[in-house]
Design a protein around this ligand. Structure first.
Ligand SMILES: Cc1cc2nc3c(=O)[nH]c(=O)nc-3n(C[C@H](O)[C@H](O)[C@H](O)COP(=O)(O)O)c2cc1C
Length: 221
């Protein structure tokens, strides 16, 4: 697989097979991802890999919180205001996901079921939690952690694995802190659900869109 094929072929996976991912495979991916660039080679990310019983404990507890309607208390504030053109794209992916699942917008019950699936990491047998030190200059560390997260996803895709980067996995940081023994000194940024994709699922196969480069690139020449 070329780098370009990995970049254009990776997509968020929202239904996983239950097959476990061998630890050596995850270790290999994380070893390679260490070569991601960062401000001054600081490599500010700290990664926690959850599998097995601790992951099941998390899945159940995160699900319960969603069922109980608990508000997210993310370490990194969830943006509430978007410029119009970004808000439009955000709205479109929401609609596309529901239509791939055959859920009409007004079917609140089915929509909630999907959010419950999301809270349970779409059945992924592994989750990587990406953190940065609370004390570091947060803005650049966030950029750095984004680079390593994308690198992990591309390496996983290259090995036939699927990923979904998930804010929904870190909505309740205290839950993760207690299950994964993540210290208070770390900000929990995002989770990556990892596993083998269920290739037959429509939610993993709908046509994705991107803005044309003319909308995001300005040439000055
Ligand atoms: C920081 C971040 C948080 C995300 N959180 C979620 C999430 O909670 N649930 C989800 O289903 N997808 C989540 N996604 C996946 C995006 O929806 C997805 O990357 C985007 O729609 C582009 O689709 P693609 O990854 O298939 O190319 C997240 C992505 C990023 C980068």
């Amino acid at each position: 697989m070329t780098v370009e094929e990995a970049i254009t072929g990776r997509r968020s996976i929202r239904k996983f097979k239950t097959d476990k991912v061998p630890r050596e495979v995850i270790e290999h991916i994380l070893d390679a991802a260490q070569w991601s660039p960062s401000w001054g080679n600081t490599q500010p990310w700290e990664l926690y890999v959850l599998t097995g019983e601790p992951l099941e404990e998390f899945r159940k507890a995160n699900h319960m919180k969603i069922i109980n309607g608990e508000d997210y208390k993310t370490d990194i504030p969830i943006p509430e205001i978007w410029p119009d053109h970004l808000k439009k794209r955000y709205g479109e992916i929401g609609k596309t996901l529901l239509s791939a699942l055959g859920i009409p917008r007004e079917d609140k019950e089915s929509r909630n079921k999907f959010y419950e699936e999301m809270a349970q990491l779409f059945g992924a047998p592994c989750m990587i939690i990406a953190c940065i030190p609370r004390a570091s200059a947060v803005e650049y560390a966030l950029l750095d952690v984004g680079l390593v997260v994308q690198t992990i996803c591309l390496l996983a895709h290259d090995r036939g694995l699927g990923t979904c980067i998930m804010a929904a996995a870190v909505g309740y940081p205290e839950l993760l802190r207690s299950i994964a023994s993540i210290p208070d000194e770390l900000l929990i940024v995002v989770g990556i659900a990892l596993g083998y994709p269920d290739g037959a699922a429509p939610i993993n196969a709908f046509k994705r869109v991107r803005a044309d480069t003319s909308e995001v690139v300005t040439w000055i020449d």
